[in-house]
Design a protein around this ligand. Structure first.
Ligand code: KG4
Ligand code: ZN
Length: 340
């Protein structure tokens, strides 16, 4: 197949992402606009505001990416967009923009699964992992362990039964009086704290399966916070202990999945994959079993268009049939093992 340029569009939550990926030359350009500042005052994502902002950002981001890539619209060979899971209204903005542009340019439009984008994002680097591997997906909405045999072949091994790891970070951060998004803020506070002074549980650590549960941790933090007036030192120590608890469970289960499937390659994707402590633990634990961990570049850990463009490109290389614009649907809920 001759090289093709795939435009990627991401709008599933609070980041608008656009990117151009060339199947021969790699990533030509990518740009992200984050809505964090806009949602911050509300303490969380306001879906209606998110949708309206995606509309405002889409065309300027496209222009920026084309300029950075030194390409014109006519150079685009296909357009991949996030069709789910995510916020329905936000997804519809990206989907209708992508489908309309595809129709106008006469090129295929490719609906992409957001988590598949995250999952394949480490393959965008120069030092890409080889199949098969175990993937630990840790985002704001999902915590899953998957066995990845090849592009498009994902077996769910275990997932969170309640809050996702990122969600637990966000909710706990809120309890400790930190802003939104809570994950990075909590991680920063944890860096100055001492774990172990407060004792938090390690939920399902010894459950013998690959499932997770994080909602109890948030409640445990709330109980500790209610028991006394927290000083700044207390808050930092609680944050540190919380981070230890979440990262310990994630690391132990990820390594257990690798052992069980006799695989030595672990791929980590999703926003929580940016957490330094998690990376430290995973690197250490995988090295002990002679394995290795692959991460996406830090800027590609959180939502972006590059992973969507890359995912669409893989689909095209596999000969996926793509429609040429027209009828489309988004899937706010869409399990990754039901890609079909
Ligand atoms: O993958 P992502 O950008 O969006 C979703 O698809 O959900 O992940 C966002 C999540 C948020 O919950 C955010 O708090 C968390 O990732 N996050 C972190 C860190 N950076 C982002 N959690 C812990 N430590 C971090 N450094
Ligand atoms: Zn995401």
């Amino acid at each position: 197949m001759p090289p093709v340029k795939v435009l990627g569009i991401e709008s599933s939550c609070d980041e608008t992402g656009v990117a151009l990926y060339d199947t021969e030359r790699g990533l030509l350009g990518h740009a992200v606009h984050t809505q964090v500042a806009m949602h911050e005052v509300y303490g969380g994502v306001v879906p209606e505001l998110a949708s309206r902002d995606h509309i405002r950002r889409m065309i300027p981001l496209l222009e920026r990416v084309l300029a950075e890539s030194k390409c014109a619209r006519r150079d685009i060979d296909a357009i991949a967009y996030t069709a789910g899971p995510g916020l329905a209204g936000a997804l519809l903005v990206g989907a209708s923009f992508a489908e309309a542009l595809a129709l106008a340019l006469g090129v295929p439009a490719l609906p992409v699964h957001h988590l598949e984008g995250h999952l394949l994002s480490p393959l965008l680097g120069d030092d890409a992992p080889a199949f098969p591997f175990i993937a630990l997906l840790v985002s704001g909405g999902h915590t899953q362990l998957m066995r990845v045999t090849r592009v498009g072949d994902y077996e769910l091994l275990g997932e969170s039964q309640d809050d996702a790891a990122g969600e637990a970070f966000d909710k706990t951060a809120k309890l400790l009086g930190l802003g939104y998004p809570g994950g990075p803020a909590l991680a920063q506070l944890a860096a100055s704290g001492r774990p172990g002074r407060f004792k938090l549980p390690r939920p399902m650590l010894k459950s013998g399966d690959l499932s997770f549960s994080f909602s109890g941790l948030k409640t445990a933090v709330l109980t500790a916070a209610r028991a006394r007036e927290l000083t700044d030192v207390d808050r930092a120590d609680l944050a540190a202990e919380f981070q230890e608890a979440v990262t310990e469970v994630l690391a132990v289960k990820a390594v257990a999945a690798c052992r069980r499937h006799r695989l030595s390659v672990l791929v980590v994707a999703g926003g929580v994959g940016a957490n330094r402590r998690l990376r430290e633990r995973l690197d250490e634990a995988m090295a002990k079993i002679g394995g290795r961990v692959f991460y996406p570049a830090l800027e590609l850990c959180t939502d972006n268009g590059a992973m969507i463009a890359f995912c669409g490109a893989q689909r095209l290389l596999q000969g996926a049939a793509a429609d040429r614009g027209g009828a489309f649907a988004v899937r706010p809920r869409w399990p990754l093992d039901q890609l079909a």
